[in-house]
Design a protein around this ligand. Structure first.
Ligand code: HXC
Length: 258
């Protein structure tokens, strides 16, 4: 499938999606977000793909939602279009692991997109921020909820209220990103990590992602209970039998995804 605002390619068992509006620092317009959601859903269904990487270019992952698209909108326009539900909620429903490979500006909706992914690999030039207050609005794509759960209340408040930005090393320090690499390595490293994950038992990966995400969505007893049910469920998969038998026979497991 060809898209207008994103580039999509398969690299081994990974679906790589590049946000492609370089002239406007990859600002996220509605069409782009819809394309991104659709491409992710396609890869989510594709048995040959085990994980996805979302990236921008070296200068910007994304400098936020497209301000020019939103500038003249009314509340009713925003409500009726409801791009947040029709893009972020679709992203959240993706079952396979998502890695954001971030370089340069990662602001506003761009940062919200990155933190909605499961892991972030950053280049040394990455800058993370929520500058929406500068525009007379505040973050609407999940940052007021996901950011405190990731970096804690103190830094989140500064980022949301006072345009505090985090450079790559600070983002690593506060647990926003998994790794920081030089500019010429970050994407390759993200793809390597995604391919490693993609080589693992597919059903266990899917349920593991779901279980970890529950930790951010529910209280402890319910989360632990959900974990246990999913854990027991895995014992009805071919891959559990294969994985344990392979260990006993001292050989590499061959996953079937069944
Ligand atoms: C539309 C944008 C844009 C954006 C940059 N551009 N960010 N267009 N929406 N979010 C455009 C500029 O208008 C300019 O176009 C071109 O990209 C290059 O940007 P410059 O400003 O000239 O670059 P620079 O001086 O290097 O400054 C980089 C920057 C700045 C600091 C990142 O562009 C900036 O502050 N951008 C806005 C960041 C922001 O406020 N993001 C939050 C958006 S609201 P022209 O045509 O002039 O060359 C949001 C809400 C999310 O994200 C809600 C949930 C979905």
């Amino acid at each position: 499938m060809t898209y207008q605002f994103i580039l999509s390619e398969k690299i081994k068992r990974v679906g790589l999606l590049r946000i492609n509006r370089p002239k406007v620092l990859n600002a996220l317009n509605g069409e782009l977000l819809a394309e991104l959601a659709q491409a992710l859903e396609e890869y989510d269904k594709a048995p040959e793909i085990g994980a996805m990487v979302i990236t921008g270019d070296d200068r910007a992952f994304a400098a936020g939602a497209d301000i020019k698209e939103m500038a003249e909108m009314s509340s009713v326009d925003m409500l009726l279009r409801d791009r947040i539900s029709s893009s972020w909620d679709r992203l959240r429903a993706i079952k396979k692991p998502l890695i954001a490979a971030v370089s340069g500006w990662c602001l506003g909706g761009g940062n919200e997109l990155a933190i909605a992914c499961d892991m972030i690999v950053a280049s040394q030039s990455a800058v993370f921020g929520q500058p929406e207050l500068n525009l007379g609005i505040f973050p609407g794509g999940g940052a007021t909820q996901r950011l405190p759960r990731t970096v804690g209340k103190a830094i989140s408040m500064e980022m949301v209220l006072n345009n505090r930005t985090l450079d790559a090393e600070e983002a690593l320090h506060y647990g926003l990103v998994n790794y920081v690499y030089p500019l010429d390595e970050y994407l390759e490293k993200a793809l390597t990590m995604a391919n490693e994950i993609a080589a693992r038992a597919p059903i266990a990966i899917q349920l593991a992602k779901q279980a970890v995400n529950r930790a951010f969505e529910t209280h402890l007893a319910e989360g632990v209970n959900d974990e246990r049910q999913a854990f027991y469920l895995l014992f009805s998969t071919v891959d559990q039998k294969e994985g344990m038998q392979a260990f006993i026979e001292k050989r590499t497991a061959e996953w079937k995804g069944r």
